[in-house]
Design a binder for this molecule. Structure first.
Ligand code: RAM
Length: 339
């Protein structure tokens, strides 16, 4: 696959889209009437989901007859999301668009919602197939796994100890990405990288920071921390900086340019990747609105993501939005103002 080509194209597309998104968001007043679509995130206070919310509002503004209810638990737990969903069922929302804290635990409550006619879709972090109509992944899972390994090699070369600092232990998305990463690490050309540990910061800054410190202590030869979570990657980079490990341990993974800018400048991180979270929120709401209007989520179906394109559902009713895009010292300033 020609990565250079993909990234050039993605750069142009992402840049055009974020510029439009920022402008639209600045002009937008939240739509106050119409079909209620609930956007349920893993936890509130996460910058990634705040950017998703911006895109959701942009879609609602475009659709005119949609009202977004942005909600989620304080901590990234399935129990918290179950409570939130029960209250949304009582509020007669038309759709629930959710990034799930667990693939299985939410199934009974989302089935209950679907039995009442509520369109349930997962995005970002999936719910098991029987608990949702479809899932919109931000990107292809195998591509993300490959990207994470390449980022680690960009930072430290072909050899050395690496550790993963993840979100919660039950997160559908991170667990898939880590298992894809392990497949890539199993290939002979990556055999020099040794994955010594996987730890969980639960998408909380303080816990992620402490887990990173724990890795420094337990693995004195550690060369890189790969964090496939925006919360974890920023916390790990801060720990590297605070503990004066810049140049000895490198942090990479999936991060927000706005949160990683300082760490790229300090050298705690050389590069990291992400897709456009504003687009992800926008695309998810467009799909939910289509389903409310009668579109069917079934294998082969083509659902409109508005200006982001078309989601074609696979045999599991899943689709992927875009390729991950890499950020480093050369382009981070350009993007940090957007997300
Ligand atoms: C965190 C969340 C989210 C994930 C990003 C990369 O914000 O865990 O689910 O997609 O990181």
């Amino acid at each position: 696959m020609d990565y250079y080509y993909i990234e050039e194209t993605a750069l142009k597309k992402t840049f055009a889209l974020v510029a439009v998104a920022a402008l639209t968001a600045a002009l937008a007043q939240p739509a106050m009437a119409g079909d209620k679509i609930a956007l349920v995130v893993k936890s509130l206070g996460n910058g990634f989901f705040d950017a998703v919310h911006l895109g959701a509002q942009e879609a609602a503004k475009e659709l005119k007859d949609v009202e977004i209810i942005y909600t989620g638990p304080a901590k990234a737990t399935a129990e918290g999301q179950i409570e939130v969903i029960n209250s949304l069922i009582a509020q007669n929302v038309k759709a629930i668009v959710i990034s799930a804290n667990d693939p299985d635990a939410l199934v009974p409550v989302t089935k209950k919602a679907m039995a009442r006619g509520i369109k349930v879709i997962s995005f970002d972090s999936g719910i098991r197939k029987d608990g949702r109509l479809m899932h919109l992944a931000p990107s292809n899972n195998a591509l993300i796994g490959e990207k994470l390994v390449k980022l680690a090699e960009e930072a430290i070369g072909k050899n050395g100890e690496i550790a993963v600092l993840s979100a919660t232990a039950q997160a559908t998305n991170q667990n898939i990405w880590i298992s894809e990463m392990k497949k890539v690490l199993g290939q002979p050309e990556h055999s020099g990288l040794k994955l010594v540990s996987v730890v969980y910061g639960d998408d909380q800054t303080d816990k992620s920071y402490r887990e990173a410190q724990g890795l420094f202590k337990s693995y004195p030869n550690l060369k890189a921390i790969v964090a496939p979570t925006t919360v974890g990657v920023a916390a790990a980079a801060k720990a590297v900086q605070d503990e004066k490990k810049v140049g000895a341990i490198f942090v990479t993974g999936l991060g927000l340019p706005s949160e990683m800018q300082g760490y790229v400048k300090s050298g705690a991180a050389k590069s990291f990747a992400i897709w456009n979270p504003i687009d992800l929120g926008y695309a998810s709401i467009r799909i939910a609105a289509d389903l409310i209007k009668g579109a069917k989520a079934e294998p082969g179906a083509k659902l409109s993501m508005g200006k982001v394109g078309t989601a074609t559902l696979d045999a599991n009713n899943e689709a992927a939005m875009a390729e991950p895009f890499t950020f480093d010292a050369k382009n981070i300033d350009q993007f940090a103002k957007f997300f």
